[in-house]
Design a protein. Structure first.
Ligand code: ADP
Ligand code: ZN
Length: 526
């Protein structure tokens, strides 16, 4: 990092007085200095990197009200309450604020008593909000979770699109966009959409050297075995505080119950519990020693527990951004912590199916689909985990971490270009009508083929040189890489060819394919 700007004594004084922190860390000082000087900034800082003070401190120090656009009302409420308790004049203005309080908030804003005003992007677009804001002297405009503006990000929100207009409505007011997750393309998109062409961009390294990452393949289709694997993993870490992420509310409650039955202090958490209940569960997690939160993605944003020692994904997330954000909740205190992800072919199928059902533009769907595949390619790949993710985020010089499962025990792989060509050809010859078992049987020449229909195809038994398990691994890997895709077909999944461009590259031998010799760890049946 470049040397920290010298004269930030006022900012340091506020950091110490209000938050009790001895000094800025990472790139905070640089970001704060830019905003204090009235210039536009985009800051990409890792989760837990302390993004909020980057705009809160300049808002306190500069004359006028700092406007903060934040996507989550729950998060906003927490932040504003915390700020008030620390003696900062903060307020939020959203649909949840009672009528009678609204005029008081505007009065305080107009008279300059407020330091920070939090609004949601919908709120900003609605009614007379902009008109009222134009009567206020703004010190800065902060756009939190700025990746939401981009279709290339992992959490696109259409309401964010209109935020670009703020540049014209409030000329001369410095704007700061902050996010924890943005690959290079998303960053460019944020700058363009928010009209931050002149902004200085600060990107902190995404390295989290205290995290030890690993991923394990699940046995396909067996929930009970996955649950048993989670129980084992948690038991091996007894007494430590951790988070287990599940893909659904049902799964979350089931896994929490299974863990409790196994004698661990597991607490379920998802958006199906009412707000009070969720608060109680969160309190317990924060207060009790060795508590394990079993949660959906509803849990996490804004939760600040420094001594989380492990994050286990019982179901994988939907993108590398989400993965990094979620494992990033472990080891915020800088002490060693672990991130363990369980993943399988049925998970990728499920992630893609869920995307299919979401109401969004075709283009957005394609982006999200690619993100799912990139995540699974990393999970099932043979590249150092943090290195793979940091490269994805644009850190071209990222080196192997030395501590992840891949670095610690490099998996044996085999060159699978020829097997991949055979498998793709077999799927094609079979008319893209069958599931994985049938395709493997065909390759091995094992199908009961009474009418000689199949055995007359040129791909029949061309795979006799590999074992049944090796073929399953190859096909799963092709699914993870998107060269094959699985169509759920009402519970009887069939395998079809994936992206035609990529498939052609495999046929031409231009795309390298490395497949692991065996799953990292075979989960034993109980
Ligand atoms: P982010 O939004 O980047 O995930 P937050 O702004 O919520 O992170 O900050 C994460 C935690 O780090 C908070 O507890 C915050 O008080 C703390 N923090 C922020 N800046 C510093 C600092 N300079 N020194 C120590 N702790 C800090
Ligand atoms: Zn590594």
């Amino acid at each position: 990092a470049p040397p920290a700007p010298l004269d930030l004594s006022d900012a340091r004084e506020v950091l110490g007085r209000v938050w009790g922190h001895a000094d800025f860390r990472g790139l905070q000082a640089h970001v704060v200095a830019e905003v204090l000087a009235g210039r536009d900034v985009m800051a990409v800082l890792p989760t837990g990197g302390g993004k909020s003070v980057c705009y809160q401190i300049p808002a306190i120090l500069r004359p006028g009200v700092g406007l903060v656009v934040s996507p989550l009302i729950a998060l906003m409420t927490d932040q504003v309450e915390a700020l008030k308790q620390q003696g900062v004049a903060a307020a939020r203005f959203d649909s949840g604020v009672p009528m009678e309080e609204r005029s008081a908030i505007w009065r305080a804003a107009r008279s300059g008593e407020l330091d920070l005003l939090y609004v949601s992007p919908e709120g900003l677009a609605a009614g007379s909000m902009l008109e009222r804001l134009s009567e206020i002297d703004l010190s800065l405009i902060a756009i939190d979770e700025a990746h939401c503006v981009s279709q290339w990000g992992h959490d696109f929100r259409p309401d964010y699109r209109s935020l670009g207009r703020l540049a014209e409505i409030f000329p001369g007011v410095p704007r700061i966009a902050v996010t924890a997750t943005a690959d290079a393309r998303t960053r460019d998109d944020i700058l363009a959409s928010l009209r931050l062409g002149e902004a200085r961009v600060f990107v902190d390294s995404f390295a989290r050297p205290n995290l030890q990452l690993s991923a394990e393949r699940k046995i396909n289709g067996s929930r009970a075995r996955t649950d048993a694997a989670v129980v084992d993993l948690v038991r091996e870490r007894r007494g430590k505080s951790g988070v287990v992420y599940c893909g659904s509310r049902d799964g979350c409650e089931r896994v929490a119950q299974t863990l409790r039955d196994a004698g661990t202090n597991a607490i379920a958490y998802h958006a199906g519990f009412d707000a009070k209940d969720r608060d109680r569960r969160l309190e317990r997690f924060l207060a009790e020693d060795g508590a394990v939160m079993v949660a959906t993605i509803a849990f996490g944003m804004g939760v600040d527990k420094p001594d989380v020692r492990f994050v286990i994904h019982a179901d994988p997330p939907g993108s590398l951004e989400a993965y990094w954000q979620e494992i990033g909740r472990a080891g915020r205190d800088g002490e060693p912590a672990e991130g363990i992800t369980l993943y399988g072919p049925s998970d990728i199928a499920w992630s893609l199916r869920r995307l299919e059902g979401r109401p969004m533009a075709e283009e957005v769907k394609q982006v999200q689909t690619r993100k799912v595949r990139q995540l699974f390619a990393m999970l099932d790949g043979a590249v150092c985990r943090p290195q793979a993710v940091r490269r994805y985020f644009g850190e071209t010089d990222a080196q192997p971490c030395g501590v992840c499962d891949i670095c610690g025990d490099p998996p044996a792989t085999f060159d699978a270009v020829v097997p991949a060509q055979k498998a793709l050809a077999a799927v094609q010859r079979l008319g893209e009508r069958f599931g994985r078992t049938r395709v493997v049987d065909h390759l091995l020449g094992k199908t009961k083929d009474v009418q000689n229909w199949e055995s007359s195809l040129s791909t029949w038994s061309i795979g006799a040189d590999l074992s049944l398990t090796a073929w399953r691994d190859v096909i799963d890997h092709l699914l993870f890489e998107g060269l094959l895709v699985e169509d759920p077909n009402e519970g009887k999944p069939i395998i079809q060819l994936g992206d035609p461009e990529a498939v052609r590259a495999v046929y031409r031998g231009e795309r390298p394919i490395q497949v692991r010799k065996a799953p990292v760890r075979v989960v034993e049946a109980e």
